[in-house]
Design a protein. Structure first.
Length: 296
């Protein structure tokens, strides 16, 4: 594995959805998430991290050092057990190990960071038992994402659909179709902002240069292998990266984010495609010691 990153990063991701639901809200009948005061659409960080994890899992296929800790249909304790198998102990021996070896907790956390990409990247809470001794601790990851928010307010449209798949034998005798509904956003351009701490990478998880390149690859392709009828057409349109010259950074993150302006073109009333927007990067607002990179 390559060396740990030495530079702080911030990044902006622009992605869009066309005739789909980018992130359903279970508190609102799975309709697209929305800020009720402003009408802007939202996509949670948890949703986007899931896409990144799925891409890494698909590409690396549980390759050593690139396993995924939080994955579908796999209990967390199953992954936790791998740390204790590595140390050659069972559940009964955990207490004795921690009692006799003050550095045991750190050894367990180091093992989890080394073997699981998403722990090394996003961190994890690995305390899953209250009474049992299985406890791999907590790790604060260097990569943090905020909620993505739409550039303009979105319209959540509920579409009525019909299907010929009848549910029961009783219904089949009295009707030939059934009604259903699905919620979509006709079009929405979303903006995501993220942070990467070289300090946490060095001190805590060992997030490396190779991990960083894999993260960029996963962000760019996070929707390419995750298409579904419910989500419609989703695409990452821009990945703008700001690389600081040192571990602690050269300026506040908000100044870099403010340098990226995304707005609807003046002659467009109802945006329905990415080309209806303009992306302007005000390079004069970016310190000379910060490198700006447009990945796509």
């Amino acid at each position: 594995m390559s060396e740990v990153i030495k530079n702080r990063y911030e990044f902006v991701v622009l992605f869009d959805v066309e005739n789909g639901n980018p992130n359903g809200d279970p508190d609102a009948g799975n309709m697209p998430r929305i800020d009720p005061e402003s009408g802007y659409g939202l996509v949670t960080d948890v949703c986007l991290k899931r896409k990144i994890r799925n891409y890494v899992e698909m590409v690396k296929e549980d390759e050593e050092g690139y396993q995924i800790y939080i994955k579908e249909n796999v209990p967390l304790n199953r992954s936790d057990n791998k740390a204790f198998e590595y140390l050659g102990i069972d559940e009964k021996g955990v207490k004795d190990l921690k009692k006799n070896d003050p550095g045991a907790d750190q050894k367990i956390r180091d093992f989890m960071c080394k073997n699981f990409f998403d722990i090394r990247t996003f961190g994890a809470v690995m305390t899953t038992f209250v009474k049992a001794p299985l406890n791999c601790g907590q790790v604060r990851g260097p990569v943090q994402l905020g909620f993505a928010r739409s550039v303009d307010p979105i319209i959540s449209q509920e579409v009525t659909i019909t299907r010929v798949a009848i549910t029961t034998e009783k219904d089949a005798g009295i009707k030939s179709t059934e009604m259903g509904r699905k919620s979509i956003v006709p079009y929405g351009l979303y903006r995501l902002e993220g942070y990467i701490s070289a300090n946490l990478a060095r001190k805590v998880t060992g997030f490396s240069e190779d991990d960083l390149e894999l993260l960029w690859e996963a962000i760019i392709n996070m929707f390419e292998h995750d298409h579904s009828a419910a989500r419609g057409k989703m695409s990452v349109r821009e990945l703008i990266v700001f690389k600081h010259s040192k571990e602690m950074g050269d300026c506040p993150a908000y100044k870099l984010f403010e340098a990226v302006e995304v707005k609807r073109k003046e002659d467009v009333i109802y945006p329905r495609k990415y080309q209806d927007y303009e992306v302007t990067i005000h390079e004069e607002q970016i310190p000379g010691t910060v490198e700006m990179i447009r990945k796509i």
